[in-house]
Unconditional design. Structure first.
Length: 286
């Protein structure tokens, strides 16, 4: 949507004058739907195709799960918005070499899963199903919205030995703000979008902006973490990583990269090295 975003935003802004409800509903539906599914990249295909697949479900939506290895010492890998599990292909052989079992899933509306949309709550539900099957996670690796979901899941009782985040979004309000910025939505539509998210998408959640904030009640997440973020991330400002570091203090290590952006960073070999260096010391072979 990025190429046509200014045009879409201009149309919504124009319609919001005579028909604010129509424009608000259209903006809300655009926000809730990924609109495009990430494709399996050539460099990912060999790893992707040797995964053991399984079918999960959340809110009536079919969810495709993936596992490499025996399932013992599971490491959960959680993708972000408009992404898919195959983006972790570079991590899989490195984790297997440590005697660990990578597990992942395509969120609803993403990859090979069903549905057209998803929420952070559905991410949390799927993560819980995978823990019910494989047990406590040796580690969790999560990118962007996946990282926000991982923090929520860990606060809700998911067990993990370590957490690695890449391009993590600390502030859940960043998502509608960034969406509105990309489209160039006017102030009234921005306020309308946040209101619909709060009262329709999460109608049963008291104060979702606080609950979904990754720094909310940090004392409830007692997991060593390494926070990886690129200084030139054009979608999630590096200040979000600094806020996470400040909230978790000595519990978190902050690693800042340069000129990798938001999406390229996940497949960068040196980023994978940094993640593995953090995960490897607690591997079952130590």
């Amino acid at each position: 949507m990025s190429r046509g975003a200014p045009f879409v935003g201009a149309v919504l802004n124009a319609v919001s004058g005579p028909a604010p409800g129509l424009a608000g509903e259209a903006a809300f539906r655009l926000f809730c739907n990924p609109l495009r599914r990430g494709k399996i990249l050539p460099r990912e295909r060999a790893v992707h195709e040797r995964a053991v697949t399984e079918e999960l479900a959340v809110n009536g939506k079919r969810v495709r799960g993936y596992r490499w290895g025996s399932g013992e010492h599971p490491v959960l890998m959680v993708h972000g918005w408009q992404s898919r599990a195959s983006r972790y292909a570079g991590f899989v052989p490195r984790l297997e070499a440590l005697g660990l079992s990578p597990v992942s899933f395509d969120a609803p509306g993403h990859g090979d899963s069903g549905g057209r949309d998803t929420t952070i709550l559905e991410y949390r539900e799927v993560i819980g199903q995978l823990q019910d099957k494989y047990g406590a996670f040796h580690s969790v690796i999560a990118h962007s919205l996946g990282a926000t979901s991982a923090f929520l899941a860990l606060r809700g009782g998911i067990k993990a030995g370590r957490l690695v985040t890449v391009s993590a979004v600390k502030d859940f309000g960043h998502f509608p703000d960034e969406f509105s910025r990309i489209l160039g939505l006017g102030p009234d539509l921005r306020r309308d979008l946040r209101d619909r998210i709060e009262h329709r998408l999460f109608a049963d959640v008291p104060n979702p902006w606080e609950l979904f904030d990754a720094t909310h009640r940090p004392g409830e997440i007692d997991v060593p973490m390494r926070i990886i973020h690129d200084e030139h991330d054009d979608m999630v400002p590096v200040e979000q990583a600094h806020a996470l570091k400040e909230a978790y203090g000595d519990q978190a290590e902050l690693v800042i990269t340069v000129e990798l952006g938001h999406r390229k960073v996940l497949g960068e070999p040196r980023v994978i090295d940094v993640a593995m260096d953090f995960i490897a010391p607690s591997s079952p072979r130590d």
